[in-house]
Design a protein around this ligand. Sequence first.
Ligand code: PAF
Length: 283
Amino acid sequence: MEIFKTAPELQAFALAAKRSGRTIALVPTMGFLHAGHASLIDIARRKAEIVIVSIFVNPTQFGPTEDLDKYPRDFEHDRILCLEHGVDVIYAPEPDAMYAPDASTWVEETKLSRPLCGAKRPIHFRGVTTVVAKLFNLALPDYAVFGMKDAQQLFVIRRMVRDLNFPVEIIAAPLVREKSGLALSSRNRYLSEDEKQRALVLSRTLEAAKPAIEQTGLGAIPAIIEAMRVEIEKAGGKVDYIEALDAATLEPPTDATVDVLLALAVYFGTTRLIDNTLIWVKR
Ligand code: PAF
C-alpha cells in the first residue's frame, strides 16, 4: 500500500494507472475510519482494480464555530484498517498541500445543497463539492463510493457529477448501524455512554416512522414528525431539523413523489448527529 501526501504524487500515480488501462475506485473520507468506511472500501474493492482512500479533514466544509480543530484523527488506526481491507493507496494531504493559500475557485451546487444540513451549515456543501471535485481531478476515479448516512451529500455529489460531466460513476453504499441501531459516525466518539444510549431514539423513531408513512401516506407526515420531535426531546436531544422531502428533488413531497427522504439532525450535548431513512410511497 502506498501513502501519498501531495497532489502531484497522487495525480501521477492515477495517470499512470489509467494509461495502463486499470480501473480506479475512490473512497473519500475524513479519516477516523470505522466499519461504515470499511463497507465503502469493500464495495470499492469489488468494483475496481485500484482502490484509493483519501483521508483529509477538509477545512472548507466546516463553519467557523464547528468542530474542525477537535475532529477526531488517528492516522495509524486508519492505515491499518486500509491495509486490512486491501486498499492500494492512501492519499493523506495536509491542508496546504490541498489548497493554495490564495485559492479562489469554488465548485457549488445550488439546489439540492440548500435544505436540510445546507440550511443549517451554509458553507458546508460548497466545501464538500469543491474538495470532492479536486479529489476527482487528482485520483481520476472510474467509481467513487459515498454512504447513504450522508444522503444529502450523496445526492449533491451525484448532481455535481451530472452537471459538470465528471466521468465518474457514483456508488451509493447502505448506511451502517451499530447493533443498537445507532448510525456509525466518527462523531459518535464525542458521545458519553449516557448520550449514546439516549441517541438510540433517532434510529428508533425513524424506524417507526417508516411503516407509518408507508401505510398512511404523505398526509401523515406532519403528525409523524411532531411525534418524533416530542420523543427525541424527551430523550434529551435538541432537534436541529426533522424533515421529510422528495428524495429526487429535496423539495416538499408532491403527488409525483416516489421516495421520501426522512432526515434529521439532532444534538446530544454538543454533538450533532444526523440520520435518515428512505421511504417508498405506495399508491
Ligand atoms: O463524508 C465525508 O467524510 C466528507 O464530507 C468528504 C466526502 C470526504 C469530503 O470531505
